[in-house]
Design a protein around this ligand. Structure first.
Ligand code: GRF
Length: 201
């Protein structure tokens, strides 16, 4: 069985989608570790309920000790590598990895982004798309899963899909549609990576 490590910083609804898909056999994988850089992340509770090991690994103690991000990234990579994940899924993970992390897992880190490729890069993907729609700049939103490169929210795309924005949408109804779509494409993306890994081995 392939091993997944899922990194979160918040609610973890995408983690839940992954856990559900592994439990019902839709996804051939075991989640072997859930990492959070925020102690209050509800995703940690979801992991515990599913019996999955968790690692709370905050950057703050590093910053306070005058240590840089590369040191944090290298230490985290070391801990995670003990679980020997086939794939690391960043699902709402709010920390930008440096090569100190990424080089330990080449082509093995993927990220979920709530906008289409090369658009609305950063934390406001949903809000910025909604605003752009109302300014007449875009006709629809979207979301995607991509391999992680050192540039934020960029890297080869694995799955992308359009998410409609309707004239009657509020930011909340649009956000809900994006999240429901994300829950599907994150599974599809992992399945596609498994095919790719199978072809390369
Ligand atoms: C998702 O919208 C993801 O695209 C973004 O953060 C959100 C995470 O949601 N990067 P959740 O924690 O999985 O519910």
């Amino acid at each position: 069985m392939k091993k997944l490590a899922v990194f979160i910083s918040g609610s973890g609804s995408n983690l839940q989608a992954i856990l559900d898909a592994t439990a019902d056999g839709q996804l051939e994988a075991d989640v072997v570790l859930v990492v959070s850089n925020r102690q209050s992340a509800y995703g940690l509770t979801r992991a515990e309920k599913a019996g999955v090991p968790t690692l709370y690994f905050p950057f703050k103690p590093y910053r306070e000790a005058g240590k840089n991000r590369a040191t944090y990234d290298a230490d985290l990579a070391k801990q995670v590598s003990q679980y020997q994940p086939d794939l690391i899924v960043l699902a709402g993970w709010m920390h930008i990895f440096s090569p100190a992390f990424l080089n330990r897992f080449p082509n093995r880190v993927i990220n979920l982004h709530p906008a289409l490729p090369d658009t609305f890069v950063g934390v406001g993907g949903i809000e910025w798309a909604f605003e752009a729609y109302h300014k007449g700049e875009i006709e629809h939103g979207g979301c995607m899963v991509h391999y992680v490169s050192p540039e934020v929210d960029r890297g080869p795309v694995i799955v992308q899909t359009i998410v409609p924005i309707l004239p009657e949408d509020t930011l909340n109804t649009y956000a809900e549609r994006v999240h429901a779509t994300e829950h599907r494409i994150i599974i599809k993306a992992i399945q596609k990576v498994w095919v790719t890994l199978g072809e390369s081995s």
